[in-house]
Design a protein around this ligand. Sequence first.
Ligand SMILES: C[S@@+](CC[C@H](N)C(=O)[O-])C[C@H]1O[C@@H](n2cnc3c(N)ncnc32)[C@H](O)[C@@H]1O
Ligand SMILES: *[C@@H]1O[C@H](CO)[C@@H](O)[C@H](O)[C@H]1NC(C)=O
Ligand SMILES: *[C@@H]1O[C@H](CO)[C@@H](O)[C@H](O)[C@H]1NC(C)=O
Length: 332
Amino acid sequence: MRGGREALFAGGACALAAVSLLLLLLGGSGGAGRSPAQLRCQHGLAAPANSADVNAELARLRQSYIVAVRDSLTGVQLQTPGVVPGRSPLEEVPFSAEQRSRGDDWPLYGLTMVGTARLDNLQQLLTDVIHNNIPGSFVECGVWRGGASIFAKAVLSAYGSDREVHLVDSFQGLPPNTTAEDSRMWHEMDYLRVSQEQVAAAFDRFGLLDGGVHFHRGYFRYALPAWRAGGGIGPIAVLRMDGDMYESTNDQLYNLFDAISPGGYVIIDDYGIAACRKAVHEFLERHGLRPRIVQVDSFGAWFRKEKAAPPIDQSWYLSFNASRSTADSPRE
Ligand SMILES: C[S@@+](CC[C@H](N)C(=O)[O-])C[C@H]1O[C@@H](n2cnc3c(N)ncnc32)[C@H](O)[C@@H]1O
Ligand SMILES: *[C@@H]1O[C@H](CO)[C@@H](O)[C@H](O)[C@H]1NC(C)=O
Ligand SMILES: *[C@@H]1O[C@H](CO)[C@@H](O)[C@H](O)[C@H]1NC(C)=O
């Protein structure tokens, strides 16, 4: 089938007219008050564009935008070198398309380390909640340079969605481990310390920093209860967990799971890390939950919160929390 693009672009050099027409239909300013018919006439477009053509063209442009943002964030576009994850001192590795697609290296220049496959999955889950009217925001716990959250905001924006985007991070790296399930190594990784200002500036460079982007700063075990206590948490449609550690994963699940809309999604970026996986399975078992956990690549996975999931039991978490040292709490 010849796509709507061809009808829209009929008559040769009418790209400008087609874009203006799209902007006009999207409610933008490109048409400057002229009707589609006037625009077509003025720019010599032959056939009137029907709405199926326009929708097809819109879908094509939307996907081109999302892919361009994705490949810019991962460093795929410029084929930037990476570093070996967790290695100190940093060990640079040349760009490898295969590695970057799976998030197997940490881009030296690039705003996310999660790789193309997990970003594509994030897009799928976001469009699923949009199409199925699962209410709520996008929340990422563990944002580093902000790339996965910028991608989520770009996808939402491309679909005309004004769902809120919440970023939770210390904005100074991972905490010192408060349990023997994790090691101190995480806290020592300077590569993972990125300030809130840097993340906000990155959102802004993509034109995506607006009143719908919210920052919650602090170690999860303080920032998440504070956010809940503040009352503004609202329903969550997609929770992206990316805090690597056993304790970070527990802090997210116990503080946020109840806020996830039935039919919403939990992304476990670090399912490949044994301590994170352990926290997830303990949590599910304690609550008798048996969701289908779907692996995205060798590292990340996701599951759907079942419609009938009962409120979670906080007793294990409260005693776990009470047993932790607070000596290193970073209260600004
Ligand atoms: C692997 S990075 C996140 C990668 C990021 N999502 C991306 O798109 O590249 C882990 C992040 O989690 C944060 N983090 C981990 N555990 C935390 C905790 N308990 N409290 C606050 N921040 C935490 C770190 O500061 C770091 O920014
Ligand atoms: C944190 O991890 C280190 C190993 O890196 C371990 O020796 C220490 O006991 C752990 N801290 C706690 C509070 O368990
Ligand atoms: C966990 O403990 C910290 C203080 O150590 C406290 O600020 C936080 O609110 C506690 N979390 C919960 C869910 O009670």
